[in-house]
Design a protein around this ligand. Structure first.
Ligand code: MG
Length: 382
C-alpha cells in the first residue's frame, strides 16, 4: 500500500474519485495536475496541500499563477511539468489518469525514475505498449491497472501461476447503442452518444464507449499488460457491468471479479495493493440484479472494435495509428464536424492507408500519431 500519491488528471472522473479514496485511507496527495480546469485544481490544492501543482495546458499557466498565489505550492505547466511530477522525489506512486497520448511521456518518465504507477491512462499502453512494458521490466517498476477490466484480470491473477493462464474474458457493457445497426446510428447526435447506461466518465471515454473503441483500446492494453496474444482475448458483451472481466486457466476454470460498477474499487486496489480495505461504494447485491447476460459483440456495426483488433494483430505502429486517428475523429465529432459513424470509418481508413513500421523509441510513437491525425484532418477537409 502506498503512503502517498501524485495525481495526474486530478480534476477528471478518476482523479476526483482517487482523492476520495486517498482521503479515506490517509494516503497523502503530494502533487496534482489538471489539463485545463484551473479553478477546480486550485480548490483541490486548498484542501490537500500538495507540494506541486501543474496545469498541462500551458496557456493557462498565468491563470494558475494568479489563482494559486499564497498556497505555497510549486507551480508547473505543460508536459514537462507532468514529467517533473512523475520523477519528483516526493512522488511515491504516480496515478496517471490523464486522457490521451499525452500520458505516455509522464509514464515513461516515472518508470525511468523507478516510481510505481497506478495506470488509468489506457492510451499510454495502446500507443507505447512495447516501450512501456520493456522499460518497466528493466527498471523493476510495477504497473497497477486502474481500468476496471484490467484491474479485474490483475485481481484474478493473484495467487495463481501466470504460466497456467489460458486466456482472458474481457467484458464490455456494449455502450448506449447495443443492439443497434449502422442504419440506426446514422443520425446520432453528440448528446445521444454522451449518455452511458452504467458508468459516468469524461466525454472522450464516453464516446469511445459508444463506438466500442474503448473496448478496442482495452483489448490492446490487456495484450501488453498481461503479455497475451490477440487470440487469447475473448470479448464478451455483459450489459450489467457486474462481472468486470475474468481469466481462464489451463484446467478451464474461470475466475472472475465482480462488484458494482464503481471505479473507486479498482482505483483503491491499485493504490492499496495488496490490501483489501473498506471502500466508499455500494456493496454488490446479486439478487437485486437477478439476471446477468452475456452476448457476442457486433463487429459489423462497431467497426472501431474490429479496427483495434486488426491493429493489434498488425503490431508496430498500427495501434498508435488507431489511437491517434480516434482521438482526432472523436474531437471532430464532439465539435460537430463529422457524424458518429464517420469515427469508425476514419479509424479503419487510417489503419488501411498508413504504413506499419516497427516501434523502437518514443519518437516513432510521436511520428505515427502525427501521421494518423493528419490523415483524419485531410479526410475531413475532403
Ligand atoms: Mg474499462
Amino acid at each position: 500500500m502506498t503512503g502517498s500519491t501524485a495525481i495526474l488528471g486530478s480534476t477528471g472522473s478518476i482523479g476526483t474519485q482517487a482523492i476520495e479514496v486517498a482521503q479515506m485511507h490517509g494516503i497523502r496527495v503530494t502533487a496534482l495536475a489538471a489539463n485545463t480546469r484551473v479553478d477546480e485544481l486550485v480548490k483541490q490544492a486548498r484542501t490537500l496541500h500538495p507540494e506541486l501543482l501543474c496545469i498541462a495546458d500551458e496557456s493557462r499557466y498565468p491563470a494558475l499563477k494568479e489563482a494559486a498565489a499564497g498556497l505555497g505550492c510549486r507551480l508547473l505547466a505543460g508536459t514537462d511539468g507532468l514529467c517533473e511530477i512523475a520523477q519528483h522525489e516526493s512522488t511515491e506512486t504516480l496515478l496517471n489518469s490523464v486522457v490521451g497520448m499525452v500520458g505516455l511521456k509522464p509514464t515513461l518518465a516515472a518508470i525511468a525514475a523507478k516510481k510505481p504507477i497506478a495506470l488509468a491512462n489506457k492510451e499510454t499502453l495502446v500507443a507505447g505498449g512495447a516501450l512501456v512494458m520493456d522499460a518497466a521490466a528493466q527498471n523493476g517498476v510495477p504497473i497497477y491497472p486502474v481500468d476496471s477490466e484490467h484491474s479485474a484480470i490483475f485481481q484474478c491473477l493473484q495467487g495463481n501461476k501466470r504460466a497456467q493462464l489460458k486466456k482472458i474474458i474481457l467484458t464490455a457493457s456494449g455502450g448506449p447503442f447495443f443492439g443497434k445497426t449502422k442504419a440506426d446510428l446514422q443520425h446520432i447526435a453528440v448528446e445521444d452518444a454522451l449518455k452511458h447506461p452504467n458508468w459516468s466518465m469524461g466525454n472522450k471515454i464516453t464516446i469511445d464507449s459508444a463506438t466500442l473503441m474503448n473496448k478496442g483500446l482495452e483489448f490492446i492494453e490487456a495484450r501488453w499488460l498481461f503479455g497475451l496474444t490477440p487470440d487469447q482475448i475473448e470479448i464478451v458483451v455483459h450489459r450489467q457491468s457486474v462481472l468486470h472481466s475474468a481469466v481462464v486457466y489451463q484446467d478451464d476454470s474461470v475466475i472472475g471479479q465482480m462488484g458494482v460498477p464503481d471505479m473507486k474499487i479498482p482505483i483503491q486496489y491499485a493504490l492499496c495493493y495488496p490490501e483489501r480495505l473498506p471502500c466508499p461504494t455500494k456493496p454488490l447485491s446479486l439478487t437485486d440484479y437477478g439476471t446477468l447476460t452475456f452476448a457476442k459483440p457486433d463487429y459489423d456495426t462497431f467497426d472501431c472494435l474490429t479496427a483495434c483488433i486488426r491493429a493489434s494483430e498488425l503490431g508496430g505502429t498500427a495501434p498508435v495509428v488507431a489511437n491517434g486517428a480516434n482521438e482526432a475523429a472523436v474531437a471532430a465529432f464532439l465539435a460537430r464536424k463529422i457524424s458518429f459513424l464517420r469515427i469508425g470509418e476514419l479509424v479503419t481508413g487510417a489503419i488501411g492507408a498508413l504504413p506499419v513500421t516497427p516501434l523502437t523509441c518514443y519518437e516513432d510513437v510521436v511520428k505515427a500519431d502525427r501521421a494518423a491525425r493528419e490523415y483524419v484532418a485531410n479526410a475531413i477537409a475532403g
